[in-house]
Design a protein. Structure first.
Length: 297
C-alpha cells in the first residue's frame, strides 16, 4: 500500500467526530494497485476485477469508517493523481487487507499510478496448507524475529489463530468485568430493596389488621402486597434496561466498532437471563417474607 499527497481534509467530506479525535483529517489517502488487490481477492476465492485508468474503487475494513468511505461515491468525489482525474466506479466495499487497529479506507487504482507513490506498508499474506503447518510457520517467524531483532524484515505479524485467540481473550475479560460489576451492584440493590420492603411490611401490620377487620379478603391483601413490591422492584430494573440499551448502542457505535465487529448478542442474552433470575429470586423471597409477616399479624 502507498500513501498519496492528498489528505482527507482536502476533500468535501464530513469526518465523524470519532475519527477526528484521532486526527483522521490529517491522514493521507492510502492507495493499492489493482494487481495487488486482485491478488488479495484470489486468496479469498474471489474473481478478479477490471479497472480503467481514469477510475478508482473504494474499500474500507471496519464499520467505523464506512460512512466516510461512502461519501467518496455518494458525492462523486474525483481524485487527482499526477494531474489525472479519477472518478469512483463502485459503492464503498468492505474488504480487509490487514488487521489495523483503526478503521482504514483504501483506494484501488490502476498499477500505472503507483509508480511515483511512496510505499507506506507492505503486507505479506500467507495461506498455510494446515493448522499444524501454520503453527510451524509461526514458530519459524518467532525464531527469526528473535535472532534478527532490529534488522527484522517485518514490523510485526499475526496469524489467524493468534487473532482469534486474542479476540476471544478480550471478549472474555470485558464480559467478566461487566458481569462481575453488574452482579455486585444488582445484589446490593436487591438486598436494599428486600430489607426496605420487609421493614415496611412490619410497620404496616396494624394497617393490614384494620383492613382485615373491615372485611378485605386475604387474597386481595396478598394481591395488593404483590403489586406494591413488584412496582418497587420493576422501577430500578426498568431504569437499568434503559441505561443498558443506550450504553450498548453508544458503545457499539463509538467503541466496539473501532476494534472490529464483535458479536456480543449471545453474551448479553446469557447475562440478562442470569440477572433476571437472581433479581427475580430476590423479588419472590421478599414477597413471601412480607406476606408471612402480614398474615401472622
Amino acid at each position: 500500500m502507498a500513501e498519496g499527497k492528498a489528505y482527507y481534509k482536502d476533500y468535501d467530506v464530513e469526518i465523524p467526530e470519532t475519527l477526528s479525535a484521532y486526527g483522521y483529517g490529517d491522514s493521507p489517502l492510502t492507495f493499492v494497485s489493482l494487481s495487488d488487490y486482485n491478488g488479495m481477492r484470489k486468496l479469498q476465492g474471489m474473481d478478479s476485477i477490471d479497472l480503467l485508468e481514469n477510475n478508482y474503487r473504494i474499500l474500507y475494513n471496519k464499520e467505523n469508517v464506512r460512512g466516510l468511505a461512502e461519501q467518496f461515491h455518494d458525492k462523486s468525489i474525483n481524485l487527482t493523481i499526477e494531474e489525472n482525474v479519477l472518478s469512483p466506479v463502485n459503492e464503498a466495499e468492505e474488504f480487509t487487507m490487514s488487521n489495523s487497529d483503526m478503521g482504514q479506507i483504501i483506494f484501488v487504482v490502476a498499477d500505472t499510478w503507483m509508480k511515483n507513490m511512496n510505499v507506506d506498508t507492505m503486507i505479506w499474506n500467507v495461506q498455510c496448507v494446515s493448522e499444524d503447518a501454520a503453527k510451524e510457520f509461526d514458530t519459524l517467524l518467532d525464531n527469526y524475529q528473535e535472532k534478527s531483532k532490529r534488522e527484522c524484515a517485518f514490523a510485526y505479524y499475526v496469524g489467524k489463530q493468534q487473532a482469534y485467540e486474542s479476540s476471544v481473550t478480550t471478549k472474555a475479560i470485558i464480559a467478566f468485568l461487566a458481569i462481575y460489576l453488574g452482579i455486585v451492584f444488582m445484589i446490593a440493590c436487591a438486598a436494599i430493596l428486600a430489607i426496605q420492603q420487609l421493614s415496611e411490611a412490619t410497620d404496616n401490620v396494624e394497617r393490614y389488621k384494620l383492613l382485615k377487620k373491615l372485611g378485605v379478603e386475604h387474597r386481595e391483601l396478598n394481591r395488593a402486597l404483590f403489586i406494591q413490591i413488584l412496582s418497587y422492584y420493576l422501577l430500578p430494573l426498568l431504569l437499568a434496561v434503559i441505561h443498558s440499551v443506550v450504553g450498548l448502542t453508544v458503545a457499539s457505535r463509538e467503541v466496539i466498532k473501532v476494534f472490529g465487529d464483535m458479536n456480543v448478542a449471545s453474551t448479553i442474552l446469557v447475562t440478562s437471563i442470569f440477572i433476571v433470575f437472581v433479581y427475580g429470586s430476590y423479588f419472590l423471597l421478599t414477597y413471601v417474607g412480607s406476606k408471612s409477616v402480614i398474615n401472622k399479624g
